[in-house]
Design a protein. Sequence first.
Lengths: 377, 347
Amino acid sequence: MDFRDSPEEAEFRQRFRAWLAKNNPGLPVSSTDDEYWARQAEWHTALYDAGFFGLSWPSRFGGHDLPPVFDVILDEELAAAGAPPRPSLGYLVQGIATHASDAVKGRFLPGLISGRERWCQGFSEPDAGSDLASLRTTATLEGDKYVIHGHKIWTSYSDVADWCFLLARTDPTVPKHKGLSAFAVSMHQPGIGQRPLRMINGITKEFGQVLFDGARAPAENMIGAPGEGWRVAMTIVSHEREPGEVGYVARYAKTVRDLEEVVRADPNAFRSDQREAVAWAYVQAEMLRLHVRRRLSERLDGIDHGPGGSIDKILMTWVEQSVGSAALSVAGSRALIDSDDLGLKIYLYSRAQSVMGGTSQIQKNIIATRILGLPSA
Amino acid sequence: MDTRDTPEQAELRRTARQLARQLGPRTVADLDEGKRTRRLAEAVRSAGWLELRQDSGHGGPLASGVEAAIIAEALGEAVADVSFAGPLLGADLARRAGARPIDGAVVAFAPDLIDAARVSGPSTTLPIYAVDCDGQTPGSAYVLVPEGAGYRLAQVRVEGASEGSDLTRVIRRLPAGTPLLPVPNQSRLLTSADLDSWATLGLTLTSADLVGLMRGVLGLTVSYARERRQYGVPIGSFQAVQHLLAEALCLMEGAFSATLHPSWAVDERAPAEARNAGRLAKAYCARAARTVCETAVQVHGGMGNTWDCIVHVYLRRVLLSSQWFGDDGEHLWQLQRARLGATHGFS
C-alpha cells in the first residue's frame, strides 16, 4: 500500500497543474448553471488537445494507455484548482470498448474520446425508468438499415449531441431482456425531434427528451450483436455508477472548498449545525476521493463490470446529498429570498443523484441480491 | 499510487482473520471461557503482534500502521476479546520517547478517553483509565508528565477489576492519588508532533477496529436474514430488510476506504496532515459503525435485544472504539476549528 505518487505520477501531476494554472476556464460549478453545459464541449477538447483526457484508454483510439489511477490525479488537481470536472463519458467508452466490433470501435471511439463528436445516451423512456428492459422504442431492419420509432427521456446533452447511444427493441417476440440491441444513431437526420427538460434547479441544458419517428441507423452501427443490448446496457450502467468513471469527485471537492471559504470568512456568524454540515460534507467528499483511489487501484487487477458499482453509486449519492444539504444550510434564508442562489441550486440538483443512473432503491436491490446473496423478493 | 495490499500485507490479512475467527468468541457464553481467551491472548502474543510498534533499531517501528490496522480490523471482525491496540499504543508512545518498552504496558487516558492522561505532581489527582489492558495480570500504564515544552513519560501500576461496558476489552479505573513511578531510560521529551503522530495511530487502530466490527456484524446479520423465516419466507427476501443491509455494506466499504489512508499516513506524512486523515476516517467510521450495529440489532428483531445474542457485544465494542480517541462529534468539531476557524461550539 502506497498513497504516494510514483515518479511518473508526480511528473504528470506537476505538468497538469502547470497547464491548469493557465487554462482553467473558470466555469461556474457544473450542474447548476447552463453556461457550464453550453461550454462543456470546449472544455473537453481543451483537455483532450493538451493530452489530459482519456488517460486510461487505448492510445489507438486517442487515449494514453495509462493506469486508471491517473484519473484520480486529474480529479484531485481539478478540485484543487476549482476547475470544472472532466466530462463524464467513460461509461460509454467502456460500453463500446467491451462489446463493439473492431470496426465500430475504430469508427466511434476516437471521436467520442477527443470530443470532436458528442454523444448522448438514449436508454430511459417515459414508461421504462427503473424497469429499463420494458422499453418500447423499436428498431426494425429494413434493407441494410434499422428504422427507429420511440420516445427517450433523461437524455443528457441531447440537444448538442452528434450521436445517440440508443437502446431499442429489435425482437418483440422474445423475453424482454433478450430482444434489445444497442446502436450508434446519428442525431443529424430527419425523424428526430427534441424537447428540452427544465430541471427543478432551473437548468435546461443538461437533460432532454428525444422523439424518434423513422430515424435510421445503418446495420453496421450496431454496438454488440443483435439481442446483446441488455448486456451492453448493464456494462454501461455499472460504470455510470462509479465515481472514478464519472469524475464527480472534483465537483464535490470544489463545492466543499467554496463552502468552507464562505464560513471561514466569518465563522462565528454561522450556527454550530451549519458549520457541522460543512465539516461533514468535507469528511464525505474526502471519503469518496479515497474510495476512488482504492477502486482505481483495484483496477490494476483488471476491470470488473460487476455489481460493485452499485456500492460506489450509493456512496457517491450520499456524498452529493451531504454536500447539497451543507450548501443549503450555509445559504440560510438567502436560498429563499434569491431564487438564483447557488446554494439552493446545488441542493436541488443533488436530489437527482439518488435517481439518475439507477435509483438508490434499485442499487440496494442489486447490492442485496447480487453482493450480499440475499434471496430475491 | 496503489492502495492495494502488498503480497505480504494480503498474507497477514488472511492469517490474522483466520486466527481471530478460530479463537474469537462465537457466542456470548464463549466470553466466559477462560481456556479459549488464554489461547487467543497467547496466539496474539506469540505472533509478535504486540511488538509491532516497538523500535526496529533503525529509527522507526518494526511494522507500519498498515500492518497494525490489518490486525486491528481482523480482531474487530471476530469481536476478539484480547488486548491489542492498548499495548501497541503503549509501545508506540515509549518508542517515541526513546524508552525501552515495558512489557504489556498500555496508556492511561483522561476520563473522556480521548487524550492520554497528563499528570503533574507525584500522583494522579483525578481518576484516569487504562484502556485495553491485559485481563489476567496486573501491569503498567503510561501517563504524560509536562516538562518544559514537551512531556516525559511516567508509569502507574494497573490492577483490579475491569470496569468497562465493552465485554471484549478491559478498562481499569485508576483512582486519584495513584502514585507515579519513573519510566527508565527515556532519551527525549515527547513533542506535540509526537503526540499528533501517536494519536493518529490511535485513530487508525480504533477506525480499523470499527471497520472490522462492521464487517463481522454485517456477516452475522446477513446470515441471520437468510435463515430466519416469517410469512413462510426468509426475512432477507423483503426489500425493507434488504435495503437496510445494503446500506450497511456501503457504510462499511466507505469506512474501509477512508481508514486505509491514515494507516499509511501515520508513518509517511507530516504529523498534522496524518492526524487530519485520522480525524476524518474516525468521524466517518464512528457514524457508520453505530448505524451498522443498530441495523444489526434491528434485523435480529426481538432476539437482537437479548443479552444472549452476540450482536450487542459488537455494539458495545463499537461504542468504546468510537469514543476512544474521539468520536464523530469530537472530530467534526476539531475539523471545524482547524478548517473553518471556529472558536466556540455553540452560537
